[in-house]
Ligand binder design. Structure first.
Ligand SMILES: CC(C)(COP(=O)(O)OP(=O)(O)OC[C@H]1O[C@@H](n2cnc3c(N)ncnc32)[C@H](O)[C@@H]1OP(=O)(O)O)[C@@H](O)C(=O)NCCC(=O)NCCS
Length: 240
């Protein structure tokens, strides 16, 4: 489909339904959720376990064929936790699994299919339990994890650092550092004195932004009708 054939009112009601679904079914599964969560498809965000917290303005993008999974599973009476800061982007296919503690700072961007875990989940000599193979993971503020990267147990990543696509991070990454490869190695530094624009700017005036998006929808979908939308679904034409 090259363009959206939905009438404005239909998209508007679909968005409202999506917000209601998120509020009613998904968000109660978290221990805490900040203001203005944006959840693209609430049905494809799978939350398992307690002590999972989301900050303000979280943006969770997932699809039914590429779910987001947030899991806490403490052993031997320990409670595991996942704490996610403000303005964080989580993309389709991301899995974050904590046996003890995973902390993600503000304005982090987690690209598609990233796996973050603080545990190997099986010991080298005890394959039945996560025995001596768990160490907390911590991401600073404004960290960007590239597509399909893996962040292993015990790793701390400093503020503003970037992990290249497909990398496997097994050791700490200092602040303002770009790492890549398997195992990930430093490939360059980020100049800390240069002005950094983070995701936070996107939400500087959230009300105005929502209003602008609504106006944009109104403009782009102008002239669309229910009949035209149904026709595009049932009898698609070249160029639809
Ligand atoms: C990490 C990244 C940002 C670096 O980009 P860059 O600054 O333009 O880096 P360069 O292309 O100058 O690469 C520098 C060196 O690192 C290597 N490198 C870069 N990315 C790499 C990666 N993902 N894995 C392995 N090596 C990598 C390059 O081959 C190059 O090596 P060389 O000096 O031996 O030739 C980028 O490569 C990347 O992986 N981006 C992820 C994008 C993404 O996942 N986006 C999802 C949207 S949220």
């Amino acid at each position: 489909m090259r363009r959206d054939h939905r009438p404005y009112w239909l998209k508007h009601w679909q968005l409202r339904f999506r917000h209601w679904r998120a509020r009613h079914f998904l968000l109660p599964q978290f221990d805490a959720v900040g203001s203005e969560p944006e959840i693209m498809d609430p049905g494809s965000v799978h939350v398992f376990g307690r002590k999972i917290r989301l900050g303000d303005y979280p943006h969770l993008i997932s699809t039914p064929d590429n779910c987001i999974r947030l899991t806490t599973l403490g052993h031997r009476g320990k409670e595991a936790g996942i704490t996610i800061g403000d303005y964080v982007l989580i993309s389709p296919g991301v899995r974050i699994s904590a046996e003890e503690s995973i902390t993600i700072g503000n304005a982090c961007m987690i690209a598609a299919n990233v796996y973050i875990s603080d545990s190997d989940w099986h010991g080298l000599y005890n394959r039945a339990r996560p025995f001596r193979c768990t160490r907390p993971v911590q991401l600073g503020d404004n960290v960007w994890i590239g597509d399909s990267a893996i962040i292993c147990k015990g790793v701390s990543i400093g503020d503003n650092s970037v992990v290249g696509a497909g990398s496997v991070v097994t050791a700490d990454v200092a602040a303002n550092t770009v790492v890549a490869g398997n195992p990930a190695r430093e490939i360059k530094k980020i100049e800390p004195r240069r002005r950094m624009i983070t995701r936070e700017v996107l939400f500087a005036d959230a009300f105005r932004q929502a209003h602008n998006m609504d106006e944009l929808d109104r403009m782009l979908l102008e002239g669309n009708s229910l009949r035209g939308w149904l026709r595009s679904l049932l009898f698609p034409r070249r160029g639809d």
